[in-house]
Design a binder for this molecule. Sequence first.
Ligand code: BGC
Length: 270
Amino acid sequence: MSYPPFLLQGQKALVTGASSGIGEASARCLARAGASVVINYHSEKEEAEKIVRDITSEGGEAIAIGANVAKEEEVRSMFDRMFREFGTIDILVNNAGLQKDSPFVEMTLDAWNLVIGINLTGQFLCAREAVREFLRRGVRPAISSAAGKIICMSSVHQTIPWAGHVNYATSKGGIDMLMKSMAQELAPRKIRVNSIAPGAIETHINTAAWNTPDARDKLLQLIPSGRVGVPEDIGKAVVWLASDDSDYVNGATLFVDGGMTLYPGFAKGG
Ligand code: BGC
């Protein structure tokens, strides 16, 4: 896939959880559109460094920085390092997330806190650091008409309840209100905050849902478009929301889900 390499020229992006899956595709797509990209990882250092090498060999600019987004000090030092290396931030992709599934009555407090900590508190901590820098620096008209852009990775499960995944669905519902409240508060300061809500995308978070013919058939019954998504489907939406092409879009959720939120069970009438 190709973009005008100047679309995000001169812009500095940070993608959390970028060592695999949707985060990796988002980082690669942003780099192809001309942004310099921080590949944040938690434990997958080698994978992150390989992505950096790939981007660099294609003529782009990237660095890998390790940090647990649920930890305030680690988030602060990640941003400090980014500012030392890249000078500033224009685009934050709040992507890091995980699932720790169990039936509701068996869910431990640790499983609850882990998922809320990474998926929701992590987005708050990273957004707060990014916004502080957007406000300090302000708009640079030659670079972008916004002072900064934040893209929150949500899920169809901000809308679709999900039995057996109460911690995860709650985190995504929280992201929806975090995103909209930030967008409302920060729009006058020329900061745009939006979400992407992916449906079923082939990544390691949901391998069991698509890697056998039976599982895939079952999954496809939930997807009117008739295919499981690929990470690049999301990466392309990230580039659009990060660019001035979406300048008038603020506080919105873009569902990239092959129609999963269209109540496919009702496709043949009630
Ligand atoms: C979850 C996946 C799931 C998809 C659709 C995503 O947010 O992480 O595990 O396949 O939603 O249900």
